[in-house]
Write a protein of this length. Structure first.
Length: 256
């Protein structure tokens, strides 16, 4: 009996040591599309966020205290002063061309019932019959809105939001009526792959040339959308939209 207890004790100590080395904590939820840090490193990704500081990010004085690193997470309270001249988005210091980006995100706010617009198959909003300037809306639970911008362009965005359309939408191109119909349609998610409000989600975004693909929680939601007039290089941003949002495990692999 004593020998058995000692062997069990050694086994538990060994298990605890193994778990302590794991990049994903034992008490964390593992979900489809999530990738471990050792996998990302093996595949050539490098961290844009070290888990402790915002050294890789251009934190303007007016953003301090609003965007901050805390226990492996970039937190944003949604309250920084924002205008067209002084945007409250958080941009990387470095610029990037072709890349794959892996990032986990969530909308932590308590969802509330809010009116949401309806997006048609061609990218337009559904409008009232008797008032073509008024969007048709429906009440839905809403926990906020954010996103990521690429190549220094707020038009090239992977949207994070609470809409029925689903996250991953390329909003700036979808809403631009000067774009070809096939471009606008390609910027609408194929499916909604968001996890429940308050839970972590994972984007894997591929941007090569002027084509952008988005995987959300292991499901392809945007498939090689062609984005005309996209800059060749530029920084990446975490978007201000006036709502709390959290990001973690931000890794990038540049492609030749």
């Amino acid at each position: 009996m004593t020998t058995t207890i000692r062997q069990s004790g050694r086994w538990l100590l060994a298990l605890g040591f193994i778990l302590s080395l794991s990049p994903v904590r034992a008490d964390e939820d593992i979900f489809p599309g999530q990738r471990r840090e050792d996998e990302l490193r093996r595949d050539g990704f490098l961290p844009l966020f070290d888990g402790n500081s915002l050294d890789a990010w251009d934190v303007k004085p007016e953003l301090e205290g609003h965007w901050f690193a805390h226990e492996g997470v970039i937190d944003y309270d949604g309250q920084a002063r924002h205008s067209r001249e002084h945007r409250a988005d958080l941009w990387t210091k470095a610029s990037f061309g072709d890349f794959q980006l892996y990032v986990e995100w969530r909308l932590p706010a308590e969802p509330e019932m809010r009116p949401q617009p309806i997006v048609l198959y061609n990218g337009d909003f559904l409008m009232e019959d008797d008032n073509p300037r008024q969007r048709v809306t429906r009440m839905r639970l809403d926990a906020g809105d954010s996103g990521l911008y690429f190549r220094g362009s707020i038009k090239c965005q992977a949207n994070i939001w609470s809409q029925e359309l689903g996250s991953g939408e390329i909003n700036g191109y979808r809403t631009d009526k000067t774009m070809p119909p096939e471009t606008r349609r390609a910027c609408i998610p194929i499916r909604k792959a968001d996890r429940p409000f308050g839970e972590w989600n994972a984007f894997l975004i591929t941007l090569t040339g002027n084509q952008m693909s988005v995987e959300l929680n292991g499901e392809r939601v945007i498939n090689a959308a062609r984005l005309p007039d996209l800059p060749e290089r530029g920084p990446i941003a975490l978007q201000h939209h006036g709502d709390p949002v959290q990001f973690r495990r931000i890794w990038i692999k540049e492609m030749p």
